[in-house]
Write a protein that binds this ligand. Structure first.
Ligand SMILES: [Zn+2]
Length: 87
């Protein structure tokens, strides 16, 4: 009982996404200024959440620094915790 190979039909075509470079690495950031509102807002969603690494391409180290900077920015009431009017 020889069965025909089904290998070819099962092959999935997956696009390999272009790898994004970390913005902070390319700009040689050592620390992220939490008072730099414009910069931090680029890495936040419209609702004021910190954008995930998979969307921005930030590396692990800089994502950690970024999260810290955003949280500090929120504490000094420069950045929003949430934006309600985007509902
Ligand atoms: Zn980086």
């Amino acid at each position: 009982m020889a069965r025909k190979s089904n290998k070819d039909s099962k092959k999935k075509k997956r696009k390999v996404p272009k790898k994004k470079l970390c913005y902070f690495c390319t700009e040689h950031f050592v620390a992220i200024d939490y008072k730099d509102e414009d910069l931090l807002r680029r890495f936040m969603t419209e609702r004021g959440k910190i954008s995930p690494r998979r969307n921005t391409g930030t590396c692990a180290l800089h994502q950690r620094l970024l999260a810290m900077a955003v949280k500090r920015g929120r504490h000094i009431v420069m950045l929003p915790f949430v934006r309600e009017y985007f509902r």
